[in-house]
Write a protein that binds this ligand. Structure first.
Ligand SMILES: C[C@](O)(CO)[C@H](O)COP(=O)(O)OP(=O)(O)OC[C@H]1O[C@@H](n2ccc(N)nc2=O)[C@H](O)[C@@H]1O
Ligand SMILES: Nc1ncnc2c1ncn2[C@@H]1O[C@H](COP(=O)(O)OP(=O)(O)OP(=O)(O)O)[C@@H](O)[C@H]1O
Length: 314
């Protein structure tokens, strides 16, 4: 088993994957950031029961970390503060993604995965999906498969609705059930705070609570069109025209979401507060890093058990 302890030599602020130096030449490492739905519009529900979405998705810094030792049998070990919450090992989305890619590609070389799990689980920030996408990227690297190989996307779709958008980890529009991806979008600098109050919410339960009849459409209004080259204030104005349509249903199941949003909205320098995905994690955008850091401190003082991270979104 491969595990990280204390000062973690693999911790890196870089978004790009990299290979370890001489002492462990074979181990590959990928970061699995949180997915943030800056907007999430639910357009309707298809006859098959799945919901049609339109969402501007971005990614955090930090997140989980997945490594792969190629040449070993397919396996997964976990550590980290939220590892015990990630459920049955065999059902982990890392292994599901690997098996799905194995169905696409004959003689795929697998390996032993090790996941350092830090993101809250069942939290609306796609932690499992991001881990699954990281697993696909690692297998692509070790098997010499280019990232734009359609079989990777097929495996991502088979693994979960949020996995395709997590493959490239770049901000973009996501539509349909999650399988239609727009071009990567250049975001202006965004100072974010992400807050999870510790209540797990299953995505399926929140969609059910929305109570949409299969074959029906919502009439909440169109998604604002993204125009390139927006500065931060233009981008914020655009985001304010958007919504998270799952917020009401999620808040019924987890009323604490209302508290999180109220606290974030009232924080000095907060320019926008909204729930991500199916909740209960909420995010806020701040005018500057100092305001975000201050808000983080104040929130943690009042709610020491909440998970609060400040970071840039991309
Ligand atoms: C709400 C979002 O977080 C927005 O990014 C995602 O659409 C959820 O993506 P996810 O967690 O990867 O979802 P999955 O694990 O594939 O699906 C969980 C359950 O959510 C429901 N589901 C999910 C996505 C979608 N577009 N319509 C749905 O109705 C389905 O009942 C499904 O059984
Ligand atoms: N690697 C993983 N990390 C977290 N959860 C996992 C993982 N693999 C499987 N799961 C299971 O997937 C479920 C959803 O977890 P996840 O943290 O991805 O939810 P989420 O943040 O609400 O996702 P989304 O925003 O995509 O709906 C959990 O119930 C958990 O048991």
């Amino acid at each position: 088993m491969f595990s990280f302890h204390g000062s973690n030599p693999f911790r890196s602020g870089h978004a790009r994957p990299w290979i370890l130096p001489l002492s462990s030449p074979a181990v590959l490492v990928e970061r699995a950031p949180a997915k943030i739905n800056l907007t999430l519009h639910v357009l309707g529900r298809s006859d098959d029961g799945w919901h049609q979405l339109e969402s501007l998705v971005a990614f955090s810094c930090g997140g989980d970390q997945l490594s792969l030792t190629p040449g070993e049998p397919l396996g997964l070990t976990l550590e980290g503060p939220t590892a015990p919450l990630a459920g049955d090992n065999d059902q982990n989305l890392v292994l599901k993604a690997a098996r799905n890619l194995g169905q696409q590609i004959e003689n795929l070389k697998f390996g032993a995965f090790h996941l350092v799990k830090r993101l809250p689980v069942a939290a609306g920030i796609g932690g499992g999906s991001s881990d699954a996408a990281a697993a696909l990227r690692l297998l692509a690297r070790t098997n010499g498969i280019p990232l734009d190989d359609p079989r990777l996307m097929a495996a991502a779709r088979a693994t979960g609705a949020d996995v395709p958008v997590c493959l490239e980890r770049r901000a973009r529009m996501m539509r349909g059930v999650g399988e239609q991806l727009g071009e990567p979008l250049p975001l202006p600098p965004l100072v974010g705070l992400i807050v999870n109050p510790g209540q797990a919410l299953e995505t399926k339960a929140v969609f059910s609570r929305m109570n949409l009849t299969p074959g029906s459409q919502t009439h909440y209004g169109p998604h604002p069109a993204f125009s390139p080259n927006l500065d931060s204030s233009g981008f914020l104005a655009l985001l304010r025209k958007g919504r998270n349509d799952m917020e009401d249903a999620a808040s019924v199941l987890a009323p604490v979401i209302g508290d999180v949003l109220a606290i974030l909205s009232a924080a000095r320098g907060c320019q926008l507060a909204r729930m991500s995905g199916s909740g209960a994690t909420c995010f806020a955008l701040f005018s500057d890093c100092r305001a975000a850091a201050k808000a983080k401190k104040v929130i943690l003082q009042a709610h020491p058990n909440w998970w609060v991270k400040s970071c840039a979104f991309r």
